[in-house]
Design a protein around this ligand. Sequence first.
Ligand SMILES: [Zn+2]
Length: 119
Amino acid sequence: MHELSIAQSIVEIVLQHLPKEETVSVKTVRLRLGTMAGVVSDSLEFCFGAITAGTPLEGARLEIEHVPLKAHCSDCGRDTDIEPTLFMCPSCGGTSLTVLSGREMQVRDIEVGENEEVG
Ligand SMILES: [Zn+2]
């Protein structure tokens, strides 16, 4: 499954950013996900929850920020939001589009909390 391998790479990225010498647990992972990245966020959240069991990421919330598809139209020279299903400039109807954003899949922020010793 596509989303499973993406979830795994997110976990790897997060683990690389965690301090090695401390015991921390990850509270929240914020992810920028482009409309055109081809990722189903529900599946991604499900996979993320499944593979983080037993890791410092267990129970972490995956916050997905959806990035709209933006493109530069070389016909009218504008940068506009594009409807992914149409892929056409809303200003002039041109199709000479260069995608500026909307394909990214990026871990933006990781929120960690120290494990509290109970007792
Ligand atoms: Zn245009």
